[in-house]
Design a binder for this molecule. Structure first.
Ligand code: ADP
Ligand code: MG
Length: 318
């Protein structure tokens, strides 16, 4: 039997928990635990593509860039995004290689692909920057930085002493530039890490070229696109909750075991899944099964294996 293909989308917590400052040691330890879990999950039964978030890491790099701007030129966000793909890819790749070797008794190739993701120049998201990135500033700092760099700055956390941040646009992913490389690696049974942080956003520039832009593509939407493009059987979105709920956080909260895409869509329309967190995951799950994927599963990293065996998690089918 040919191996089934699974795309794993890792949330920020699998890399850097919210209570961590993001030291090297912290990230190493955390990714090591994550990699061990993934290695156990994938065994030898699946071809696997892994994608991951990069919110805290890209924020850290942008803060470092801004702090050192008088000594060395600050780099645009697309470079910071590429740096996080290398940084997280390296750690994940190295820890997966180790744990897969231990489990299977022979080396298993793992490879990170620095990935550009195409967005549409005319995406309506470009009219309205919504995604906060990088450091927090006072109003005076924000005004100066905005003016000097042409950034859009917004007051995003009024309760904080430094409530202002840069905001960028969040267009929808349309295509993956390196998809042929990803497919070839997968066909050769290489575990692939790609599209980190939703991918480095690029627009078609004519003449076959692509131009990098400063934006953030939602990693959950990119995961769904990646799963479609590699013709995956399963999309697993791994976050910090075991299941999706309705009435989340309210007294009548109810955890969901399985949903058709129609049921999920109705709940989403009723506002059960907020835009900045569960909303994009549910949209990605619906999108993937409607396209033809067998199932999408939303669960926690710890429960991933049980969920893939159908024992927990929220499973979406067409
Ligand atoms: P990730 O870093 O994995 O993308 P997010 O914080 O963006 O994680 O999204 C996961 C969070 O979504 C959960 O920690 C939970 O607090 C929140 N959430 C919001 N609505 C729901 C819901 N209806 N069911 C489950 N979790 C929800
Ligand atoms: Mg998220």
């Amino acid at each position: 039997m040919s191996k089934r293909v699974v795309v794993l989308a890792l949330g920020g917590n699998g890399i850097q928990p919210s209570n961590s400052k993001g030291s090297y040691e912290d990230q190493f330890k955390n990714i090591d635990v994550t990699a061990k879990q993934i290695a156990g999950l994938i065994e030898s039964r699946y071809k696997v593509v892994i994608t991951h978030g990069n919110g805290p890491q890209v924020g850290t790099i942008m803060t470092q860039m801004a702090a050192a701007a008088e000594q060395v030129p600050e780099q645009p966000m697309r470079i910071c995004g590429a740096m996080t793909q290398g940084q997280i890819g390296y750690l994940l790749q190295s820890r997966l290689q180790y744990h897969l070797l231990k489990m299977r008794g022979a080396p298993v190739p793992v490879c990170t692909v620095v990935t550009q993701v195409v967005v549409d120049k005319n995406d309506p998201a470009f009219q309205n920057p919504t995604k906060p990135v990088g450091s927090f500033y006072t109003k005076e700092e924000a005004d100066a930085i905005g003016k000097a760099n042409g950034y859009t700055m917004k007051e995003v956390a009024p309760e904080k002493p430094k409530p202002w941040r840069r905001v960028v646009c969040s267009p929808k992913p349309q295509d993956i530039v390196e998809i042929d490389s990803i497919m070839q690696l997968l066909d050769n049974h290489i575990v692939v890490i790609s599209c980190g942080g939703g991918g480095i956003p690029v627009v078609r520039a004519g003449d076959g070229d692509y131009e990098g832009i400063d934006a953030v593509i939602d990693k959950d939407y990119t995961a769904a696109l990646l799963a479609k493009k590699v013709d995956a059987d399963f999309l697993m979105i791994l976050t910090d909750v075991e299941k999706v709920a309705i009435n989340y956080g309210k007294p009548d909260q109810k955890w969901l075991d399985s949903l058709s895409s129609g049921e999920a869509e109705d709940m989403h329309k009723r506002g059960e899944f907020p835009g900045g967190s569960m909303g994009p995951k549910v949209t990605a799950a619906i999108d993937f099964v409607r396209w033809g994927g067998e199932a999408a599963i939303i669960t926690s990293l710890e429960k991933a294996r049980e969920a893939l065996e159908g024992k927990t998690g929220t499973i979406f089918r067409k």
